[in-house]
Design a protein around this ligand. Structure first.
Ligand SMILES: *Cc1c(COP(=O)(O)O)cnc(C)c1O
Length: 472
């Protein structure tokens, strides 16, 4: 299997190259040249199978010319053995025809663990085989950084540098990043915003000398492997609800469009999916885009679901590419428009193609709080604010008895956002046992000014020192 860029100016690349690079060299996002199709019999066979078996069946064809199957099986087993639920991603019923797919039973309590745990093992494996080291850099508003740090801690071939905006992540999120004791993990509190942190990481990737010298590797959700690994739970949950003999709809709390795009891929692979519903908080660029055809960036508003406080949804570029019949020239034009004038318009044809598969619902802060209260009152279910946004959106999409079951993706554990839950229900949720001591552990991080040179110097110093240690 080869991978092509949405901007059409990078040569087709093997899986391993997309895995280590993240972004394509022309600034585009990688997608497979074709989608391997699973037979309905194969999908029906997923019912009752362990998560790891389904994962292997779905992922293996995408790696076809890379890592052998045997190693993949071992890596998948290792990636999911630390999840606190035997089903890995259990399904809970909330109402008639309404279910929550719980994706937060991994080490850092957010759905990012599902992809990151496997990504880390795969990257380490590939680097070992090639006798190379890499430097992972990333900016985070909370969950991605914690998931990456937990997944890569202690691995021999990589150093990890995570930038987060100083004072702008929750205490739980910060402590999850700063209390991990591993020599290869470096956490940086940047004196700036999340956008500053992200700009800094982008600049480093565009700095060719630094990029090659440190073998920079990106693990944010533009990395195709992450999106691919997220398709697995669409299959396992549909199988529980009678798929492929019955269509299922999914409602996804959306920020960067990675998680819901995985649902779109699942459909391309052969899973019968009825609707894909984009649930957004008041950062509603995608809902506005589906309604009007105009993608127009506004300023980010902080909400109680911070992992969705995003205006530029990077993975939406992948859907645009597909909706335009993979016309890379059009994508280059749209993305240039985004750079120059903070927006672009989508032609009626492609807009229609998007609307044929997706709905979008935006949910206000008050509605989110009401939903947390209602789920608790009516179903005894504590939903974190991100999940609550999607439950609220699900209730508003036309539900009736004969419609396909609606599966809401539960993306974070309620214990991660205790203040929002307490405000809505009066109950302060606990953290699961393995994190109970989080507030007693020693924190370790460096505070750096929002200065590109200083950050690069910091990273270069530590990455080269680590490389020398490994070499000797
Ligand atoms: C990252 C995240 C999201 C948004 O997922 P995208 O793939 O960026 O759309 C939603 N909820 C939580 C808790 C997250 O951490």
């Amino acid at each position: 299997m080869k991978y092509i860029s949405t901007r059409g100016e990078a040569p087709p690349a093997p899986f391993i190259e997309t895995l280590l690079a993240g972004l394509a060299p022309d600034g585009g996002l990688y997608l497979p040249q074709t989608y391997p199709r699973l037979s309905q019999a194969a999908i029906a066979g997923f019912a009752g199978q362990p998560y790891a078996n389904v994962a292997e069946a779905i992922i293996a064809p995408f790696l076809a010319d890379g890592t052998e199957t045997l190693a993949l099986r071992e890596m998948i087993a290792a990636a999911y053995k630390n999840f606190r639920h035997p089903a890995v991603t259990p399904l809970t019923q909330l109402d008639s025809n309404l279910f929550v797919l719980e994706l937060f039973h991994g080490p850092t309590l957010a759905f990012k663990d599902l992809a990151m745990q496997l990504l880390a093992k795969l990257i380490d494996h590939v680097l070992k085989a090639q006798g190379e080291r890499a430097t992972i850099i990333g900016a985070t508003s909370g969950d991605t950084g914690a998931a990456a740090i937990e997944a890569f801690a202690g691995l021999k071939q990589v150093d990890v540098f995570i930038l987060f905006p100083h004072g702008r992540v929750s205490d739980v999120q910060r402590r999850q990043m700063t209390t991990v004791e591993a020599e290869n993990i470096h956490t940086i509190a940047l004196e700036g915003t999340f956008d500053d942190a992200q700009a800094c990481i982008k600049n480093m990737f565009n700095h060719k000398v630094l990029r090659d010298e440190l073998n920079l590797c990106g693990v944010n959700s533009i990395n195709f492997a992450r999106v691919l690994f997220q398709t697995v739970y669409y299959f396992t949950s549909a199988a529980v609800l009678g798929g492929p003999h019955r269509d299922v709809s999914f409602v996804v709390p959306t920020g960067n469009f990675g998680d819901i795009f995985a649902g779109w891929i699942a459909k391309r692979l052969g899973l019968p999916v009825d609707r894909l519903v984009i649930a957004t908080n008041s950062n509603d660029i995608l809902a506005r885009t589906l309604a009007s055809g105009h993608y127009a960036v506004q300023t980010v508003q902080p909400t109680q679901s911070p992992s969705m406080d995003i205006q530029v949804s990077s993975n939406f570029e992948r859907l645009l590419f597909e909706a335009h019949g993979r016309d890379a020239a059009t994508l280059r034009r749209l993305m240039a428009g985004l750079r120059q004038s903070q927006g672009f318009s989508i032609e009626p044809g492609p807009l229609q193609a998007i609307r044929a598969e997706f709905d979008a619902v935006s949910v206000t802060e008050a509605e989110t709080t009401q939903e947390i209260a209602q789920s608790w009152r009516e179903a005894g279910y504590l939903a974190d604010p991100h999940t609550a946004v999607a439950i609220s959106a699900a209730r508003r999409t036309k539900m009736n008895a004969s419609a396909s079951p609606l599966v809401v993706l539960g993306t974070a554990h309620p214990g991660k956002f205790p203040d929002a839950i307490e405000r809505a229900t009066g109950i302060r949720p606990d953290l699961p046992g393995h994190l109970a001591g989080l507030f007693k552990r020693k924190e370790r991080f460096s505070i750096l000014p929002n200065d590109q040179n200083e950050i690069e110097r910091f990273i270069r110093d530590r990455a080269t020192r680590a490389a020398k240690r490994t070499a000797s």
